[in-house]
Design a binder for this molecule. Structure first.
Ligand code: NAP
Ligand code: MG
Length: 506
């Protein structure tokens, strides 16, 4: 590990060392660790300094085909959908326990692979993952149907018993992004596994490591072969999964652009689709709010995970005379953010996940400045050993115009556009003036106003006097181009079950 005086990094966990020293990492297909059919691999980089972490199998359509066949076999012939829910739940719960026992190892892998601060991965990504599996383990034996009173008008006098069964949809393809690699895997897997589905998971090319380690622990937890398959690779592997005729459902999190591709690909066999796409979430501060708390909240809303959150509060609206104070506070706070490698306990903000993402975010910052917006804030880049890291300056834009690309498009980086507003009707219209509808924040002491605006905003999640709150029990997902279907809560179970109505003449 590279260490410079400014950034003492933690010692690499022995489990992480062993994992990274295995040689090229393989796919898990049908319970076997196998190289890509083509024999190809690709390198995975540490975004803090650009160094190579590991080589990973590069899956293509042939690997997806094998993985789908394994999942199909496990679903059609294997024990998983046939065992009692309680037994399935025990195995899923065990996976949660195992991840918790390996918390430090997962936190380090996540920090190395994605760039996020180790402190954040330890406190958020890994514990949320553990809780997520436990929550869904609890649902496995509670997937009840209904009995429905029926009386068809053309069958007067006859009696029927009508009941419903909730059955798993079958083989599921899950395609996930790089911003919360482990947690996004958990969000997808929890509901799918508890209902009895069998899965082919395709992690993002930038961050495949924690999903592979998770798959090792899934074997240890006792999942039967073929229930969870992991194929690493690029978009070609994702596309093969989305197109596959033997896949019954695809769940996708990522860009709206690829979301469109997924929907088109699903048409072949009319597979079910759920999408969790981008956002351009409004965060609204009224002048009666506790401005210090609101400013801190708005700061975290955009800068948490370096702005690489689908629900990032990237459009900040501040009422009237509070505008200058709130913007000043956020710009000041952003100047003191310590940028550095995730593996240092001192680091508050790590690098972007990839050079591509760094360039993408910087090009938005340039475009905003060129269009006449005023960039504020910013802190110093770490430099030294981290000159090749994919760091970006946290930026607060003022003097923005609603038509600018920085206001309209998802940047997925530490960039916020601050805009003033005068009253609730105006801000409701501004907040909804976007193709997206994933989340929103509201800061005020006026309860009625908070609820009125929560009602008016077209978004799947609204946080009042808080932001970025998540719990496995609470549904999350988008309105409009932010996607459809909900993750988490009992709502996510609907994505992975289908209803059978059974009639019995009495
Ligand atoms: P992306 O292309 O949408 O990638 C998400 C996942 O889809 C990855 O696993 C990706 O594989 C896979 N994929 C790519 N092309 C595919 C295709 N044609 N069919 C099926 N799967 C495909 O996102 P990105 O390129 O990593 O990031 C670009 C932008 O997307 C970001 O700047 C951000 O605006 C947005 N984004 C949103 C979220 C979110 O949480 N909503 C998350 C990530 C990114 P590979 O990565 O391996 O190619
Ligand atoms: Mg892409």
């Amino acid at each position: 590990m590279s260490t410079v005086a400014d950034f003492p990094t933690v010692d690499l966990h022995t489990g992480v060392q062993q994992f990274l020293n295995k040689g090229a990492l393989k796919h898990l297909i049908g319970g076997q660790w196998v190289p890509a059919a083509s024999g190809e691999t690709f390198p995975v980089h540490n975004p803090a300094d650009g160094s190579a972490l590991a080589d990973v199998a590069r899956g293509n359509a042939e690997d997806i085909d094998r993985a789908v066949a394994a999942a199909r076999h496990a679903f059609d012939e294997g024990p998983w959908p046939r065992m009692s829910g309680r037994e399935r739940g025990r195995i899923i719960y065990r996976l949660g326990d195992l991840i918790e026992q390996h918390l430090e190892e997962f936190a380090q892998l996540e920090s190395l692979d994605n760039g996020k601060p180790l402190t954040v991965a330890r406190a958020a990504d890994v514990p949320l993952t553990v809780e997520h599996f436990r929550y869904y383990a609890g649902w496995a034996d509670k997937l009840e149907g209904e009995t429905i009173p029926v009386a068809p008008p053309y069958a007067a006098g006859a009696r029927y018993l009508n009941y419903t069964l909730r059955e798993p949809v079958g083989v599921v393809g899950q395609i996930i992004p790089w911003n919360f690699p482990l947690l996004m895997a958990a969000w997808k897997l929890g509901a799918a596994l508890t209902t009895g589905c069998c899965v082919v998971l395709k992690p993002a090319e930038q961050t495949p490591l924690s999903a592979l380690r998770l798959a090792e622990l899934a074997q240890e937890a006792g999942f039967p072969d073929g229930v969870l398959n992991v194929v690493t690779g690029f978009g070609e592997a994702g596309a093969a999964l989305a197109n596959h005729g033997l896949v019954d459902k695809v769940a996708f999190t990522g860009s709206t652009e690829v979301g469109h591709e997924i929907v088109k690909a699903s048409a072949g066999n009319l597979k079910r689709v759920t999408l969790e796409l981008g956002g351009k979430s409004p965060n609204v501060v009224f002048q009666d709010a506790d401005l210090e708390e609101a400013a801190r909240g708005a700061f975290n809303a955009i800068f948490f995970n370096h702005g690489q959150c689908c629900c990032a509060g990237s459009r900040l609206f501040v009422e009237g005379r509070a505008y200058d104070e709130v913007v000043e506070r956020i710009a000041d706070m952003s100047k003191s953010i310590k940028l550095g490698p995730g593996m240092s306990a001192d680091t508050q903000m790590g690098p972007m996940v990839s050079k591509e993402q760094q360039q993408r975010v910087n090009s938005y910052i340039d475009a905003g400045a060129q269009a006449g917006a005023e960039p504020r804030g910013g802190s110093s880049l770490p430099g030294g050993n981290y000159d090749n890291g994919y760091f970006v300056q946290p930026t607060v834009f003022t003097s923005v115009d609603p038509g600018m690309s920085i206001v309209r498009e998802e940047i997925f980086g530490p960039v916020v556009c601050a805009m003033p507003f005068d009253d609730i009707e105006q801000v409701a219209a501004q907040a909804n003036d976007t193709e997206y509808g994933l989340a929103a924040g509201i800061w005020t002491k006026d309860i009625a106003k908070a609820h009125r605006l929560a009602d008016a905003i077209h978004a799947g999640t609204v946080w009042i006097n808080c932001y970025n709150m998540f719990d496995a029990a609470s549904p999350f997902g988008g309105y409009k181009s932010s996607g459809y279907g909900r993750e988490m809560g009992h709502h996510a179970l609907d994505n992975y079950t289908q209803t059978k109505s059974v009639w019995v003449q009495m």
